[in-house]
Design a protein around this ligand. Structure first.
Ligand code: ARG
Length: 452
């Protein structure tokens, strides 16, 4: 495609080193859509006859069908998806094919294809995230009233409902989705027409091309448009963050499934056994989600480091943007699908959850609040309850069995009522708090929002 000034063929080792067709082939539907829009603008500009345009369009559509059917041989010697398609088009239709690359460079072409690809993937990922939200919502509904301990520092803190805990992840996924939407807005601008770096002396209607491709507008600086990989970096960040959220969910589930916690059990279909220890049931999906999140974060770093030292505009380094992009997208799709299935079938052991949450120590804060309501300043109340806790530990007595009135006369005879677990939860009704009442109305809100 550039042989004019060269006397020797590219070494086969360099071909192997420089090819991207082994992975960028998947841009083909976008490359073809971009080429058809570009050709149409050439026709409007009088650079192609109607007949030439029709040949190009027909040829490209046939190539697309052949690729989809697996009847297309990609050639490493043609380096990338752009040249593979263009060379095949010209082989099939002759002279008209050779006109297609007028007023275009692979630099604006690859930037365009990648944005179109990201846009499609963003929509699919958002859909998959909503699917996982629905699975979490379903479990949150089933276990809306199941009491579990809430933790800070992985030390039991205060009782919460399992529904509340699960809905926390629905919130995170909602923010991940909104980040995708935001990222989509910024990337849905057409770079096509930026040429190699400085546009072209042949003016095609960039806005018409952009509109045909579903872009919201055209980029306003050709050098920026060629050199920019922001949208990929941003998408890789959003993907990483979603991975981090699901990695935390995984960690919760790994703990919950341990004998030490005993809160949850995963289906046999979503766990594995040990080849040596017959009793084992391992939460591999959770562990792999946690492990693969490392890859997602690594892919983001990979791209940022690749771009950081590059002068404007295109440098071949930028070809290295796609392996991390494709890997992150594939990996997150898999993570979302498998977690949706696994969460949907997850069961909680409600008695164990409740028994663990029934430790009266978890209501020490409520006891301090009780004293506050009797007029004791909080810092003083905290200290008084701290003394009661120490006394309970020293005398190996449950906190709710202590003679509190003997410790301080601020405690009335109603102090014991504080230790009713259900009452304690029911009183957490402020917006965002974990009462069953709140969780139930949150579930209704999420259902309305997600099942639209
Ligand atoms: N395969 C290349 C990439 O992915 C396409 C752009 C090539 N441009 C160039 N000037 N060599 O970046």
């Amino acid at each position: 495609m550039w042989k004019g000034r060269f006397e020797k063929d590219t070494s086969s080792l360099v071909q192997q080193f420089g090819e991207s067709i082994s992975y960028d082939w998947r841009l083909f539907p976008h490359d073809i859509a971009g080429s058809i829009a570009h050709a149409r603008a050439q026709k409007v500009a009088g650079l192609l006859t109607d007949d030439e345009f029709s040949q190009i369009e027909k040829g490209l559509r046939e190539i697309k069908a052949d690729i989809e059917a697996g009847n297309f041989e990609f050639r490493t010697s043609l380096e990338d998806i752009h040249m593979n398609i263009e060379a095949e088009l010209t082989r099939r239709i002759g002279a008209a094919g050779a006109k297609l690359h007028t007023a275009r460079s692979r630099n604006d072409q690859v930037a365009t294809d990648t944005r179109l690809y990201c846009r499609t993937q963003i929509d699919e990922l958002a859909c998959a995230m909503a699917g996982l939200q629905l699975a979490l919502l379903d479990r949150a509904e089933k276990y809306a009233a199941t009491v579990i301990p809430g933790y800070t520092h992985l030390q039991r803190g205060q009782p919460v409902t399992a529904g509340h805990h699960l809905l926390a992840y629905v919130e995170m996924l909602e923010r991940d989705k909104s980040r995708l939407v935001d990222c989509r807005k910024r990337l849905n601008i057409s770079p096509l027409g930026s040429g190699a770096l400085a546009g072209s002396t042949i003016n095609l209607d960039r806005r018409a091309i952009a509109a045909e491709l579903g872009f919201d507008g055209v980029t306003t600086n050709s050098m920026d448009a060629i050199a920019d990989r922001d949208s990929i970096a941003e998408l890789l960040f959003v993907i990483s963050l979603c991975g981090v959220h699901l990695s935390r969910l995984s960690e919760d589930l790994i703990l919950w499934c341990s004998a030490e916690f005993g809160f949850a059990s995963l289906s046999d279909a979503h766990t594995t056994g040990s080849s040596l220890m017959p009793q084992k049931k391992n939460p591999d999906v959770c562990e792999l989600t946690r492990g693969k999140t490392g890859r997602l974060v690594g892919n983001l770093m990979n791209l940022l480091v690749a771009v950081k030292g590059l002068p404007l505009t295109y440098n071949r380094d930028l070809q290295e943007d796609k392996p991390p992009l494709f890997d992150s997208i594939d990996t997150l799709h898999l993570i979302l699908a498998v977690n949706t299935e696994m969460i949907g079938a997850m069961e909680l052991r409600e008695e164990t959850c409740r028994a663990t949450a029934a430790d009266p120590m978890l209501l020490a804060t409520d006891l301090a609040d009780y004293l506050v309501k009797k007029g004791v300043p909080f810092r003083h109340a905290h200290e008084l309850v701290g003394k009661a806790v120490a006394e309970a530990i020293r005398t190996r007595t449950a906190l709710d069995q202590l003679d509190l009135a003997a410790i301080d006369d601020a405690y009335g005879p109603d102090a014991k009522d504080v230790f009713s677990l259900d009452r304690a939860l029911a009183s957490r009704t402020n917006p965002g708090a974990p009462s069953v009442e709140n969780v139930t109305s949150e579930i209704a809100r999420w259902k309305a929002a997600l099942v639209r």
